[in-house]
Structure formats: structure tokens, C-alpha cells
Design a protein around this ligand. Structure first.
Ligand code: AMP
Ligand code: FE
Ligand code: FE
Ligand code: ZN
Length: 288
């Protein structure tokens, strides 16, 4: 396995990961990393705790966040399909703009989650919203937590099955949540002092190169700063494609595993940047 210097994409219990923010730096150190970014979905709540633990373990810390946005605005087909996630790096954890947006996003999640539970109950699946809240433990409650409840109650065997049958875009209990537009997400990251990076471009599900190029061009118009070239979902040919796209458009290059904890097969440090690429990223981010 290649050894990376920096893993710039991971989640904690502040969103849908299973390790607390303070535990990540030690895991990172043990895996041979020298730098990490914490990128919880829609929240900066874990950043201070993770930063403190990074200082103790002599790990360079990049404060981050991962915002979900509506893909329809950038897709050539204008459909709300696929996944559009924007990573913010070098953000100020206490940014007032961010805190305000977090409140709004939490409300939108709550409404969506309650409707998913309603749908599930209509389908004869005996779950309650309270059980989902309890399962999540933290403030950011997502479909992976609903999946855990379904597994614990024996309705499905795996998270994968929970998304296939119920929670995914084609699932029987799928409910879209109010999301930021890509413009809002990028603006928010910039207002928090960060750089905006398109996460796992493969998940936009735009398989034709010119379609993805169309989406990236739109995002660049909105202020996109970089592309996540290396990610656990990207094979060698995807990495080369995104690397070329980033170079052609003069975008910053990032990479990370998207580690969510031991319950998912993705390992910490299994994707990332080598030292030179990380230093280039930091130097360019400073200039923006
Ligand atoms: P939410 O933020 O509640 O919309 O849930 C999105 C999260 O669910 C993603 O960040 C992943 O962690 C997880 N997820 C999405 N699709 C799947 C899938 N097909 N299988 C397993 N986990 C998934
Ligand atoms: Fe997640
Ligand atoms: Fe993501
Ligand atoms: Zn992620």
C-alpha cells in the first residue's frame, strides 16, 4: 500500500463517523500519516477537539467540512441525481456564517429524517425518530444512522442493503432534503475563510468526460478552487482523468480516504497526498 503523508477526508462522531474527533490523530499517527483534515458532513463541531488532539500527537491539522449541495444546477441534464459534495479546507471553525448555516442545515435534516421514518412506517418497518436520534448520538443525523437502526432491528443485514432497499435515491423511503445550491455552498466556504474543493467527482455519476467537464466548468464559474483527485472510490484511470482536469483548469489538488470508522471497509491513510503535493496545496491555499 502506498504511504501517504496527508489524509484530507475523514468523518467523526460529530457527523456519521464512528470515532470521536479526539481519537482520529492517534489513529492517523499509527497509520503513518503526518497531516489530516477532519471533514464532517455539514458541521464544524468536531474541529476544536480534533485540533487539540493533533497538537498532542504532532499531526498537522487542516480544519475542514463537507457540504452537500444540489447537483441539478451543474449537471448538463439538470437532474437532481448523483451526489455533489463540496469540501471546505482551512476554514475558521468559529465562523459566524458557518454556524448560522449549520443551524439551517440541521433543521433540513430533521425534517427529511422525520419524513423518511414516516415512509418506513407506512412500509411496515417499525422504527421511530427517537430511535434514530439515539443511534446518532450527535447533532448531525443522517441516513447511515437510520441504516444502523434498520440493521439492529433485523430489517436489513448491511448498510448497503439499507440504502438499496430504503434509503438510497432509488429506495422505497427516499426523501430529498433541502440542500444548499452549489453557489451557496462555495460562497459559505469562502466566507468561512476556506478553499472550496469538489469531493469525489466520480459520485456526480457523469461518466462521459465532457459531461463532467461541463459540471466542473460551472463550479469553477462559481468559485471552485480545487478537485479531490484521490479518493477511495477512484480507480487509477479516474485519478488520471481528474488529475488532468485539475491541471488543465489550474485547480488545486486534494486527496483523502473518506474514512468513517471501523464499521466501513475504507481504511484511514488508504488515500491522500504525498508530502510534496500537500505542501503545494498549503502554499497555494495561502495565496488564495
Ligand atoms: P445523508 O447525509 O443523511 O444524506 O447521508 C449521506 C451519507 O450516507 C454519505 O455521506 C455516506 O456516508 C452514506 N451513504 C450514501 N450512500 C450510501 C450507500 N449506497 N451505502 C452506504 N452508505 C451510503
Ligand atoms: Fe458520510
Ligand atoms: Fe462525501
Ligand atoms: Zn466524506
Amino acid at each position: 500500500m502506498p504511504t501517504f503523508f496527508a489524509d484530507l477526508h475523514m468523518h467523526s462522531t460529530a457527523s456519521d463517523g464512528s470515532d470521536p474527533p479526539r481519537a482520529l490523530p492517534q489513529l492517523a499517527r499509527a497509520a503513518g500519516l503526518h497531516a489530516i483534515a477532519l471533514t464532517d458532513h455539514d458541521t464544524a463541531a468536531g474541529l476544536h477537539e480534533c485540533a487539540d488532539a493533533c497538537r498532542k500527537h504532532k499531526i498537522t491539522f487542516v480544519p475542514g467540512i463537507e457540504l452537500s449541495a444540489d447537483p441539478a444546477a451543474v449537471r448538463p441534464d439538470r437532474q437532481p441525481t448523483g451526489t455533489l459534495h463540496l469540501l471546505g479546507y482551512f476554514i475558521a471553525p468559529d465562523s459566524p456564517a458557518l454556524s448560522e448555516a449549520e443551524l439551517h442545515l440541521r433543521e433540513a435534516r430533521k425534517t427529511r429524517n422525520q419524513r423518511v421514518v414516516e415512509r418506513l412506517r407506512e412500509l411496515g418497518v417499525n422504527v421511530t425518530y427517537e430511535q434514530v436520534v439515539e443511534q446518532a448520538g450527535g447533532d448531525i443525523i443522517g441516513r447511515p444512522h437510520i441504516a444502523r437502526v434498520l440493521i439492529n432491528k433485523g430489517y436489513v443485514r448491511t448498510t448497503h442493503e439499507a440504502f438499496d432497499r430504503y434509503l438510497g435515491q432509488r429506495g422505497a423511503a427516499y426523501v430529498q432534503r433541502d440542500r444548499l445550491s452549489p453557489a451557496q455552498a462555495i460562497e459559505l466556504i469562502h466566507r468561512a475563510g476556506g478553499i472550496a474543493v469538489l469531493a469525489h467527482p466520480i459520485q456526480l455519476r457523469l461518466d462521459e468526460p465532457d459531461q463532467l467537464d461541463h459540471a466542473v466548468a460551472k463550479l469553477v464559474d462559481l468559485g471552485l478552487d480545487g478537485l479531490e483527485v484521490r479518493h477511495s472510490d477512484h480507480d487509477g484511470s479516474a485519478i488520471r482523468r481528474y488529475q488532468n482536469m485539475a491541471e488543465r483548469r489550474n485547480l488545486l489538488i486534494t486527496g483523502g480516504s473518506d474514512y468513517h470508522g471501523p464499521q466501513k471497509p475504507v481504511q484511514i491513510a488508504s488515500q491522500g497526498l504525498d508530502r510534496a503535493a500537500f505542501e503545494r496545496l498549503c502554499a497555494s491555499a495561502e495565496r488564495r
